[in-house]
Ligand binder design. Structure first.
Ligand SMILES: C[S@@+](CC[C@H](N)C(=O)[O-])C[C@H]1O[C@@H](n2cnc3c(N)ncnc32)[C@H](O)[C@@H]1O
Length: 270
């Protein structure tokens, strides 16, 4: 970026030669350049008059991509955000966790993978490990029974979530079922983590406020007036109104840039 009297091809040539020369000096042999299937990618960016040199340790696939996403929901949650929400909630494996608007099941599936110590990057080739001649040493799988529940209004999403969980290898850990978050209170949970619809279409704000109010009213019963909720939405005002009506205390609001959306992760308790 910026105006320079050299091109990106010049940068590539100089940087590439520097890597080759330095390797010859340290290890006595010349590295081969393979632009189609490289083992290691070195990125060089010149921004104005600064140069940034980095090692690509993750490859071309974004870190949030998961192998288990065989059912495609129209509005799936980014899996890395789902995993972060588990941490924000400080969920422990022994606690019952419930997503009442589970869609294709990303939050319950990420919980089951984390709870069972299954690495979400297990199918990736990390260049980092190749460079430093390391091996991924998988953690011992946790086989303890966990209480993870996902509910969803539409049957086709319930079936999709079950299919994703099967591919993830955690279908025996999660119980997915059909139901309405504004009506259901037939269980007890310690933590509710969810990604409700945002209602971004014109005219849907009233409907969303009603949905959030109904959901939080039932959540209070499910949490038995204790426990906590972590929810992500781009309809911040509606979530705050619904929380106030139901007597929830907002502990934390974390801004998340989600594509073009300005979303917020709410952490709240009774
Ligand atoms: C943003 S999506 C959730 C996506 C999900 N986190 C995923 O990764 O696939 C919101 C979901 O809430 C469901 N939903 C809407 N109203 C509901 C209600 N009253 N009860 C239960 N689920 C509802 C929608 O059908 C939709 O699947």
């Amino acid at each position: 970026m910026g105006e320079h009297d050299f091109t990106s091809i010049d940068i590539g040539r100089v940087a590439g030669q520097a890597v080759i020369d330095s390797y010859i000096e340290s290890y006595g042999h010349r590295l081969k350049v393979n632009l189609d299937e490289p083992d290691v990618i070195i990125r060089v960016d010149v921004i104005q008059n600064e140069i940034f040199i980095g090692l690509d340790t993750t490859g071309d696939d974004a870190l949030h991509k998961r192998w288990y996403r065989v059912y495609s929901h129209p509005a799936p949650l980014n899996a890395s955000i789902a995993a972060s929400m588990l941490r924000i909630a400080e969920w422990k494996k022994e606690e019952t966790i419930f997503d009442p608007m589970a869609g294709s099941g990303t939050i319950p599936i990420e919980a089951a993978l984390a709870g069972r110590n299954i690495a979400t990057g297990k199918n990736r080739e990390f260049a980092y490990f190749k460079i430093f001649d390391m091996e991924l040493s998988p953690q011992k799988e946790n086989k303890n029974i966990m209480e993870i529940y996902g509910m969803e209004k539409f049957r086709k999403h319930v079936e999709g979530a079950k299919e994703n969980a099967r591919v993830a290898g955690v279908d025996d850990t999660i119980h997915f079922f059909q139901g309405d978050a504004t009506k259901f209170s037939g269980m007890e949970a310690d933590v509710i983590i969810t990604n409700p619809p945002y209602g971004l279409r014109i005219g849907s704000k009233k409907m969303i406020e009603k949905l959030y109010t109904g959901f939080l009213s039932k959540a209070k019963e499910i949490l038995c007036d204790r426990g906590r909720i972590v929810a992500i939405t781009a309809s911040q005002r509606e979530m705050m109104e619904a929380a106030k009506k139901n007597g929830f205390i907002i502990e934390e609001k974390i801004a998340v840039k989600y594509g073009d959306l300005d979303a917020v992760i709410f952490k709240m308790h009774i």
